[in-house]
Design a protein around this ligand. Structure first.
Ligand code: UD1
Ligand code: CA
Length: 459
């Protein structure tokens, strides 16, 4: 069986965050979530996360099937694995992946290839390495003149010559469970930082006559970690670029990637256009031939085909085929816009279902409402859904025509095909086919201005 130990005990001082480092966000998602996704993707049957600094933040975040081990104080990566000793003891016959929680770019494909290499060579330890463009701050892989692995030297402990070694440690390793247990029992803290380095396991196992190998990743970006906000931004740039590229290659049209941030979890069908400054996150699906953006923010939503969303905020909602919304529109809280709905500028739809072909072209609030098909909302319609204490629903039938500047005081029901005169404040239910006028009658006072002279005479 494959299992995994994820190290997330570090404070990450350089992040200057009030959260543990592994909980710092990359593209709006904690780094540790990417690591957990990868570990699940490779089929790890049992997962243990080592926590330390602000451990409760991580514990509360993790799925319940993930085990934890508390490291207090934090004395290094080797020490972190030592505190997971009970987990390792339960898996001495298994293959254990050790994965640092600040390496979110490491992908399942690389980890799988390293696993294959690990098994084929009957290794006790297989570390994943790569030739770094900038080996500053990492662990350098020292090999002998024949290329045989010797040990890992941390940058801080390295001589000037060793600091030039480009082959770097990713912080992701496959271990044979039994050999890992042996190695961690022999780690000491004789180094510049007086820490227990997990990296020492390599030399320990080689000296014990075990097979050791390094799988060199094809793409050197996978080994990058984030220790500060600048590196976090670098990782986010790489991840954004990779996601956008793979979407473009699958047929999504992104004419300019400026400000386009799309999470890995998002699915977009071909021939949809994504315009600048558009952020699409979470569990979101977008159909064919849509135009999304510019300046839109979409989270956990389902969008059909041929939808236009221009300057929209769409949260936790469903938008069916041929809907056209925006600019400056918010649609949220499990709203559903059925086929062919048109939502125009400055309209908010909250927790409402809008039936097929209904239109609300401007300046309207539709909250907690069930709206039928082919309804026309006049400009400035407001559903008054809140009395200061409770929220109530409005129910509006099919083909209702709502005049401009109407207030609907919920709870209220408007029957099919009813008409509401502009400027009405509707407090009572309206039967179908009726016209409702709910406003004061207009009064005309002839010649009032000449008699009253309300303003100064013009010179
Ligand atoms: C580590 C490696 C280095 C490698 C680099 C890759 C060691 C000694 N060095 O260095 O060879 O090139 O990662 O990114 O392993 N952690 C704990 N408890 C601790 C210390 C750390 O859980 O006591 C966790 C951290 O939260 C982090 C991970 O282990 O997720 C790595 O720790 P970090 O301090 O970032 O190690 P690096 O100095 O980057
Ligand atoms: Ca690190």
């Amino acid at each position: 069986m494959k299992c995994a130990v994820i190290l997330a005990g570090g404070k990450g001082t350089r992040m200057k965050s009030d959260k543990p480092k592994a909980m710092c966000n990359l593209l709006f998602k904690p780094m540790i979530d990417y690591v957990i996704d990868t570990v699940r993707e490779i089929g790890a049957g049992d997962i243990c996360v080592v926590t330390g600094y602000k451990h409760e933040v991580i514990e509360n975040h993790l799925d319940s099937d993930i085990k934890t081990a508390l490291q207090e104080p934090q004395l290094g990566t080797g020490h972190a694995v030592m505190v997971a000793r009970d987990f390792i003891k339960a898996h001495t016959d298994d293959d254990i992946l050790i994965f640092y929680g600040d390496g979110p770019l490491m992908d399942a494909d690389t980890v799988e290839k390293a696993y294959k290499y690990h098994k084929e060579n009957n290794n006790s330890i297989t570390l994943i390495s790569a030739l770094a463009d900038d080996p500053e701050g990492i662990g350098h892989i020292k090999r002998d003149e024949n290329g045989k692995l010797e040990r890992i030297i941390e940058h801080k402990d390295a001589t000037d010559e060793e600091k030039k070694i480009r082959e770097s440690n990713s912080g992701c390793y496959w271990f044979n469970g039994k050999d890992l247990l042996y190695a961690i029992s022999n780690i000491t803290n004789n180094n510049v930082q007086n820490e227990y380095y997990l990296t020492d396991c390599l030399e320990i196992l080689i000296k014990a006559g075990k097979n050791a190998g390094a799988y060199i990743a094809e793409n050197n970006e996978v080994i990058l970690g984030a220790n500060d906000r600048k590196q976090l931004n670098d990782l986010s740039t790489i991840m954004r670029r990779n996601i956008n590229t793979s979407l473009m290659l699958s047929g999504v049209d992104i004419p300019c990637t400026d400000g386009v941030i799309i999470a890995k979890s998002v699915k977009i069908a071909p021939s949809t256009v994504i315009l600048p400054n558009t952020i699409i996150l979470g569990d979101t699906t977008i159909g064919l031939g849509c135009t999304i953006g510019p300046n839109s923010y979409i989270e956990n939503s389902e969008i059909g085909d041929n939808v236009v969303l221009d300057n929209c905020k769409l949260l936790d909602s469903t938008v069916e085929n041929d809907v056209d919304a925006g600019p400056f529109v918010k649609i949220c809280n499990n709203s559903v816009l059925k086929k062919g709905v048109h939502i125009g500028n400055f309209v908010e739809v909250k927790n409402s279902i809008i039936g097929e072909g209904s239109k609300s072209a401007h300046l309207t609030y539709i909250g907690d409402s069930d709206v039928g098909s082919d309804v026309n909302f006049g400009c400035g319609t407001v559903t008054c859904n809140y009395d200061g204490k409770n929220k109530y629903r409005c129910s509006i039938g099919d083909r209702v025509f709502i005049g401009c500047n109407t207030n609907l005081i919920a709870p209220v029901t408007v029957g099919d095909k009813a008409y509401i005169a502009a400027g009405s404040t509707i407090t009572d239910n309206i039967p179908e086919d009726a016209l409702s006028v709910a406003r004061a009658r207009q009064v005309i006072k002839e010649n009032w201005v000449n008699e009253k002279k309300p303003c100064k005479e013009k010179k």
